[in-house]
Structure formats: structure tokens, C-alpha cells
Write a protein that binds this ligand. Structure first.
Ligand code: UT7
Length: 320
């Protein structure tokens, strides 16, 4: 049995902040941001929260799958910005959508989070423990970036994407390659804001910090390698893959990966121009938008890959 995606959904907050808007906040320009990243705009949460966006995306995924929340057995939210240290965002989404019988928990693997969730769902489904899962990537990164740091605040956006998966005898997840490298944790991190106790005294507020060039080099090296491993595991050639859905961090990373895999850039769809980098949400949002547009057809071979803080990475090959 494999985990097979049956329905998808996505949600972006209403407020669209284009590059010119950011140039009113920090010393940057539309030209710099577009040339270095490919980003033109991102959506920022106002009234929306990670949980409200996750619930909206989840309900759309269930509706597209023709399933009820009450049928969901496993509910995983991939997020680093759940809004509460405890309980998990997943438990709050569970309450909001009425997924009463689900086992609900979060996974913290930053931009690889959705791939990690898919990895776990497939393992649970293969073991026979659960027959279905609702997987959500949801983030409000705008709440953890330092809005005075132009090197990070221009990159990120908020949103949520969801996929409902079921046990299937054919198709679905064919192979995956997932990994972590904790020794590089400082390259991209956000210290917790709740570190103070009577002995430690006040702790400085934590914001997202990143060594952009290190992350860039890591991504360009690791993503083609793990996609290659997943392709090999699935017995699929790169040219047989219809689309490569990558975490949306930077246009130049997508182009470099396409080049290394010797595949045309047209096979690497992109929404980072409108969404920015939404971390764990980026892959499921992209997938759900392509699904909604009718681009993904049953039987298509897709390769998915995510990479980010941890450092973490993952890739899988699936038959849609
Ligand atoms: O989900 C995974 C998360 N992260 C990533 O995938 C990030 C991967 N890395 C990147 O995408 C790129 O490294 C960045 C887009 C973050 C930066 O691009 P870069 O080509 O590596 O630029 P840089 O950091 O070398 O900075 C070049 C210059 C610097 O000025 P000087 O020192 O040359 O005078 C920066 O101060 O650009 C300056 N700069 C900016 N200028 C205008 C940095 N941020 C900005 C900005 N606007 N927003």
C-alpha cells in the first residue's frame, strides 16, 4: 500500500505585499528582490493565523477528495509558526474542522516539513496503522522575521497548503529520500522567544536568522542528489517526470537544480513570484494550485523536493 494524494487545497492571507511596499519598510528595491530571488510579492497574515489558514486549506482538500473531516485518521501539520508552543497547531486545526477521530500532531522540519509529513504518512499507511491522513503545511513567517533585517524579511510569506492522502494499491508515493544534518543548525534558525526563567533572566527576542549563501549552496548540492536517489528508488528516469515541484525559496535555486538534473526549466513550476518563501506551506500550496488548474492528471509522474532549516531535506517520486 502507498499513500496517494486524493485531494488538495490552499489558502493565502488577503494582504498582498509587493516589493515596493517592502521598500517602504527597509532599504531595498523591487529590482534587487526580483533579480536575486524572483519574488514580486508575498501575502502577509493580518487577521489570519497559521491555524485558520491551515483549516481553510484542509477543508478545501477534503472537499476536493469528497471526504468528511470525521473520517480522517491522522492529521499532521508541518509548521514552525503554529502560534502556540503547546498544544500543537494540528490539535487546534482538528478542533476547527471537526476531525474528531484523528491522531493530531505537528512536525517541525521547516521548509522540508511537508515532505517529512508525507514520509510519515506513507510509513503509517504501509504499516496498516492508518488508512488515510490529512497533511498540512502552514506558516505565518511574517511573525518571526525581523522586519528591520532586509536580508531576510523580503524573502518570506504566509499561507497554507493541504493534501488528503489515502492507502492505495497502485500509484501514490513510489520512493523517497529524506535526511537531516543537525551539525549545520546555525545556518538557518530562529531562537525561541520563551527562554527566560528566574535563573537565566530575560532572553533576547528570537528572530529568524540565515546565512543565505550557505543555504543556497546546500540547496543546489542536496536537492538534485536527493531527487536522484528518489528517482533511482522508484526506477524512474528524470525525463519521465512530468513536473518537479520544489520548495519555493529562490528562482535561481530552481534554475540551478533544473540545470544539474539536465531538465528544462518549464518542468519546474513556480509560484514564489506571488507567494515568496512560505516554508512548509510552499510545496503543498504549489501542488494544490496546479491541481486546481487541472495541470495534474492521474498517472502523471511527479518529483517533489523540500530543503531548509535543520538542515533538513527530502524528495519523493509519486504517481499522481
Ligand atoms: O527555505 C530556505 C531558506 N532560504 C533560502 O533558500 C535562501 C537561499 N539564499 C538566497 O536565496 C540568497 O543567498 C539571498 C537571496 C538570501 C541573498 O542573495 P545573495 O546573492 O546571496 O546576496 P548577498 O547576501 O551576497 O548580498 C549581496 C548584497 C549585500 O550588499 P554588499 O555587502 O554587497 O554591499 C547585501 O547587504 O545585497 C545586499 N542586500 C540587499 N540589498 C537590497 C541584502 N539584502 C538586500 C535587500 N535589498 N533586501
Amino acid at each position: 500500500m502507498n499513500a496517494r494524494i486524493i485531494g488538495t487545497g490552499w489558502c493565502l492571507p488577503a494582504f498582498r505585499a509587493d516589493n515596493d511596499y517592502l521598500a517602504t519598510l527597509v532599504d531595498t528595491s523591487d529590482e534587487w528582490i526580483r533579480e536575486r530571488t524572483g519574488i514580486r510579492a508575498r501575502h502577509l497574515a493580518g487577521e489570519e493565523t497559521t491555524v485558520s489558514m491551515a483549516a481553510e486549506a484542509a477543508e478545501k482538500a477534503l472537499a476536493r477528495a469528497g471526504r468528511e473531516a470525521s473520517e480522517v485518521e491522522l492529521l499532521i501539520v508541518a509548521t514552525i509558526t503554529g502560534g502556540t508552543d503547546t498544544p500543537s497547531a494540528a490539535c487546534r486545526v482538528q478542533a476547527q474542522i471537526g476531525a474528531k477521530k484523528a491522531v493530531a500532531f505537528d512536525v517541525n522540519a521547516a521548509c522540508s516539513g511537508f515532505l517529512y509529513a508525507l514520509h510519515m504518512a506513507d510509513a503509517f499507511i504501509k504499516s496498516g496503522m492508518y488508512k488515510n491522513a490529512l497533511l498540512i503545511g502552514a506558516e505565518s513567517l511574517s511573525r518571526i522575521v525581523d522586519w528591520t533585517d532586509r536580508s531576510t524579511c523580503v524573502l518570506f510569506g504566509d499561507g497554507a497548503g493541504a493534501a488528503y492522502v489515502e492507502a492505495s494499491e497502485s500509484g501514490g508515493l513510489l520512493a523517497q529520500s529524506v535526511g537531516s544534518s543537525g551539525d549545520k543548525w546555525e545556518v538557518l534558525s530562529c531562537r525561541s522567544r520563551s527562554g527566560a526563567n528566574p535563573i537565566s533572566g530575560a532572553q533576547p527576542a528570537g528572530y529568524l536568522t540565515m546565512d543565505g549563501q550557505e543555504v543556497f549552496k546546500f540547496a543546489v548540492r542536496t536537492v538534485p542528489r536527493c531527487i536522484g536517489e528518489a528517482l533511482e528508488g522508484a526506477g524512474v528516469r528524470a525525463d519521465e517526470v512530468k513536473l518537479f515541484l520544489l520548495h519555493q525559496a529562490n528562482l535561481r535555486i530552481l534554475q540551478a537544480v533544473a540545470k544539474r538534473l539536465e531538465q528544462p526549466e518549464e518542468k519546474f513550476p513556480m509560484n514564489l513570484d506571488e507567494c515568496g518563501n512560505t516554508s512548509a506551506a510552499s510545496l503543498p500550496i504549489l501542488m494544490a494550485q496546479l491541481d486546481e488548474a487541472g495541470t495534474l492528471k492521474r498517472g502523471d509522474l511527479l518529483a517533489l523536493s523540500g530543503f531548509g532549516a535543520g538542515l533538513t531535506w527530502g524528495a519523493c517520486v509519486l504517481e499522481w
